[in-house]
Design a protein around this ligand. Structure first.
Ligand code: NDP
Length: 328
């Protein structure tokens, strides 16, 4: 028997999440059984713990879109008992049972061997949010961003993606301008390496001007919506925006003028279906480019019992940095 956070739906269509005991036989069929050490809380987890958001197909469901742990049993020749592994994406925790349990059973294709130099706890302090932040920084680099070109904007900076993006960019020598709606996080963001704090209201207000003064050499955007539309017109000539999230909305009320007159690039970042080689490269980069003491400063510890409240908190934009869930 093992513990898991199980979400069920009652006859009225309302979901309820509670910690329950499950048997190994309850797990879905797949090649690799993992003893989970840690999981975490992402925005999508908030949806899957709570209302479902159209992501969860069947109930009862075990959420948790990412986890790190130790292989217990494997029918996949690439993995053996004792191997340390990390999983993000592939709709685990949404369409497939996820990491909010002491055991998980998944396809070998979905796993990545944990690189040397990072523990399972640190891997979940990074989690899907941090892994995606790394992919965003890599995409900006691939499009020519280098330190010294000017400030790089990070939106939703006090959230998970934003915190890790801020720490990585600062460590790589970029000047980071952090956008936040929570002024009380200024000290935290400066501690991660932000050199400028931009109040959210400054970018949430719409403007009729498609182009404003050229302010940002690059951008990691976790917010989307009106903020993304506005900041496109503030990019420096040839600058790129890595579009990661939609915390502020999915609509994009923008004009094409920044693309046509300033050669601005809008780069889409998906973490769910990245090929294995790119995942491996991103995790290696996390080890070298994210200072672990900064990672520690972002972490809020939690247990399976805390998850219903944390799920609601992250949907309300109240979670700072990264939550690490010790499932044991
Ligand atoms: P968090 O909730 O931790 O962070 C989001 C942050 O956005 C908040 O902390 C807040 O930052 C800011 N924010 C929230 N609401 C608004 C609003 N209405 N207007 C402006 N800013 C707002 O979530 P994550 O960091 O885990 O994820 C961020 C986004 O990235 C989500 O939309 C998520 O779905 C997406 N995502 C996408 C992935 C992909 O593969 N493309 C992978 C992972 C995440 P502050 O308080 O500093 O203003």
């Amino acid at each position: 028997m093992f513990n898991a956070l199980v979400v069920d739906k009652n006859e009225d269509g309302k979901t309820q999440a509670a910690v329950k005991q499950l048997r190994l036989d309850d797990l879905p069929h797949a090649e690799v059984t993992v003893a989970v050490d840690y999981s975490t809380v992402n925005y999508k987890d908030g949806l899957c713990i709570g209302p479902g958001g159209g992501l969860v197909r069947n109930y009862p469901h075990v959420p948790g879109i990412d986890f790190a742990g130790t292989v217990e049993n494997s029918e996949d020749p690439r993995y053996a008992p004792g191997d340390k592994v990390v999983l993000t994406g592939w709709r685990v925790g949404e369409a497939h049972w996820g990491g909010y349990a002491q055991k998980a059973r998944v396809k070998g294709d979905w796993l990545v061997p944990l690189p040397d130099g990072i523990s399972t706890r640190q891997a979940m302090a990074v989690g899907t949010a941090g892994f995606t932040a790394m992919l965003a920084v890599m995409a900006l680099e691939d499009h020519g961003l280098t330190p010294g070109q000017g400030p790089v904007l990070v939106t939703g900076a006090a959230g998970g993606v934003g915190s890790v993006a801020t720490a990585i960019l600062a460590h790589l020598g970029y000047e980071v301008a952090a956008v936040t709606g929570r002024p009380e996080t200024e000290e935290y963001l400066r501690g991660l390496g932000a050199s400028q704090i931009v109040p959210r209201e400054q970018l949430n207000e719409t403007t009729k001007r498609p182009l404003e003064s050229e302010s940002w050499a690059g951008c990691v955007d976790a917010v989307g919506g009106a903020m993304l539309a506005r900041l496109l017109g503030q990019m420096k000539y040839g600058g790129s925006v890595a579009a990661v999230g939609l915390a502020g909305g999915a609509a994009l009320p923008a004009t094409v003028i920044p693309f046509l007159l300033r050669g601005v690039n809008l780069l889409g970042i998906d973490s769910v279906l990245q090929p294995f080689e790119k995942r491996q490269r991103a995790w290696q980069r996390v080890v070298t480019d994210l200072p672990l003491e900064k990672l520690d400063a972002m972490v809020q510890p939690a247990t399976l019992q805390d998850l219903p409240q944390l799920g609601a908190d992250i949907l309300a934009g109240k979670v700072q940095g990264r939550v690490v869930v010790d499932v044991n």
